[in-house]
Design a protein around this ligand. Structure first.
Ligand code: AMP
Ligand code: TRP
Length: 332
C-alpha cells in the first residue's frame, strides 16, 4: 500500500494556504487511499525565534485543527513530531550524508536567514539543517508520496537526493519519495501582497486568512484584497497576480478551474464577494468541529498518544537499519 507522510509546523495559526495547499487533500483524498501519517512538526517551529508557551499552544491547536479538518484517526496516523525520537535519531545520520553547500542553496533558508540578519537577529543553526530533519521525517517511514504545497518542492527534492545518496553509499535502506501537489491553489498568495506566499507569520495579518478567523473577518480580508490595475477579470498569474489568486481560491473552493471562472465575472467586486462567501462556507464545518474538539482536549491528547506509539513502531526498524548500514554498532 502507498505510504504517505506530510506535516505542518506550528509557527503560527494555520492559514487558508495550508488548508488548500495541503490539509484539505490529506483529509478528503490521501487518508482514504493510502497508509498515511500526518504530523505536527513542532521541532521545526524551534528554528526561528520562538516563545515556548506559544509553540505549545499552537501545536495543540494545529493537532485539533487537523482533526477538525477531517483527519480520522481510524484511517490515518496523527501525531506530534517531538513525541517520536526516531526523527532526530535519523536526522543526525542524514546530516552525515548531506553537504553544507546544498543546505545553503535552499531557497527558504536563503530568504529566511536574509530576513533575520537584516533584522539583527542571529540565525539559528537549525534553520540551516531543517531540511535534513524534514528528510528524516519523510524517510523514516518509507514514504512514497509527500502531499505538500509548491513551496516545499525543493525540500522534497533534497530528500530524494539524500535517500539516493545514502542507498548508493551504504545499501538500500530508503524508499525514494516524491512530492504531490493539488491541481489548483498549490501556492495561495498573500491577499495584500499577491507576489508572496500566504504565510503564517507575515507581519500584518491583513493579507492572510486564518482557518479560525470569524466569517466577517474573512469577508473583510477578501473584499480588501489587492487587485491589479486593469478592469477585466483575467487569469494570468504573472501579469495579474492579485485577481489570479482570487480566481485560484474560488476555483479551489468551488471545484472549478480558474481560467473558466474568469469568464464568468465582469467586475472585481463580484469576484471578491463570491470568493469570500465560498471561503466562509468551506471553512464553516471545520470551525464548528474545531469548537467541539477544543472543548475535548482529552480526546485530542488520546489521539496524539496513540498516534505517536504507532508512528514509533513504524519508524524504528528502518532507522535502526540506517544506523547499522552507516557503520554504527547494533545494540545487543
Ligand atoms: P507549513 O505551515 O509551512 O508547515 O506548511 C504546511 C503545508 O501547507 C505544506 O505542505 C505547505 O506547502 C502548505 N502551504 C503553506 N502555505 C501555503 C500556501 N500559501 N499555499 C499553498 N500551500 C501552502
Ligand atoms: N517543511 C514543511 C513546511 O514548512 C513542514 C514539514 C516538515 C513537512 N517535515 C515535513 C512537510 C515532512 C512534509 C513532510 O511546510
Amino acid at each position: 500500500m502507498t505510504r504517505i507522510f506530510s506535516g505542518a509546523k506550528p509557527t503560527g495559526h494555520l492559514t487558508l494556504g495550508n488548508y488548500l495547499g495541503a490539509v484539505r487533500r490529506w483529509a478528503e483524498v490521501d487518508q482514504h487511499r493510502a497508509d498515511a501519517l500526518f504530523c505536527v512538526v513542532d521541532l521545526h517551529a524551534l528554528t526561528v525565534d520562538h516563545d515556548p508557551g506559544r509553540v505549545r499552544r499552537l501545536s495543540r491547536q494545529a493537532a485539533t485543527l487537523l482533526l477538525a479538518a477531517g483527519l480520522d484517526p481510524e484511517l490515518c496516523t496523527v501525531f506530534v513530531q517531538s513525541h517520536v525520537d526516531e526523527h532526530t535519531r535519523l536526522s543526525y545520520v542524514l546530516e552525515c550524508v548531506a553537504a553544507d553547500g546544498e543546505m545553503r542553496r535552499m531557497i527558504q533558508y536563503k530568504e529566511k536567514s536574509a530576513r533575520e540578519r537584516a533584522g539583527g537577529v542571529s540565525v539559528r543553526l537549525s534553520l540551516l539543517t531543517y531540511p535534513v530533519l524534514m528528510a528524516a521525517d519523510i524517510l523514516a517511514y518509507g514514504t512514497d508520496e509527500v502531499p505538500v504545497g509548491d513551496d516545499q518542492s525543493q525540500h522534497v527534492e533534497l530528500t530524494r537526493d539524500l535517500a539516493l545518496r545514502f542507498n548508493q553509499r551504504y545499501g538500500q535502506v530508503f524508499v525514494v519519495p516524491r512530492a504531490t501537489h493539488p491541481p489548483v491553489a498549490a501556492r495561495v498568495m498573500d491577499l495584500q501582497e499577491p507576489t508572496s506566499k500566504m504565510g503564517k507569520s507575515h507581519e500584518s495579518g491583513a493579507g492572510i486568512v486564518y482557518l479560525l478567523d470569524d466569517p466577517d473577518v474573512i469577508r473583510k480580508k477578501i473584499m480588501r484584497a489587492v487587485t491589479d490595475s486593469g478592469r477585466e477579470v483575467v487569469y494570468d498569474p504573472g501579469a495579474r497576480p492579485g485577481v489570479s489568486n482570487l480566481l485560484e481560491i474560488l476555483a479551489a473552493c468551488s471545484g472549478g478551474n480558474p481560467k473558466d471562472l474568469s469568464g464568468v465575472y465582469e467586475s472585481y467586486g463580484s469576484l471578491k464577494r463570491d470568493t469570500a462567501e465560498a471561503v466562509v462556507e468551506l471553512l464553516r464545518p471545520v470551525q464548528a468541529r474545531h469548537r467541539e474538539l477544543a472543548g475535548d482536549q482529552g480526546y485530542v491528547e488520546g489521539v496524539l498518544r496513540a498516534g505517536a506509539e504507532k508512528a514509533r513502531g513504524m519508524a524504528r526498524p528502518r532507522v535502526d537499519e540506517a544506523y547499522r548500514a552507516i557503520g554504527l554498532l547494533a545494540t545487543a
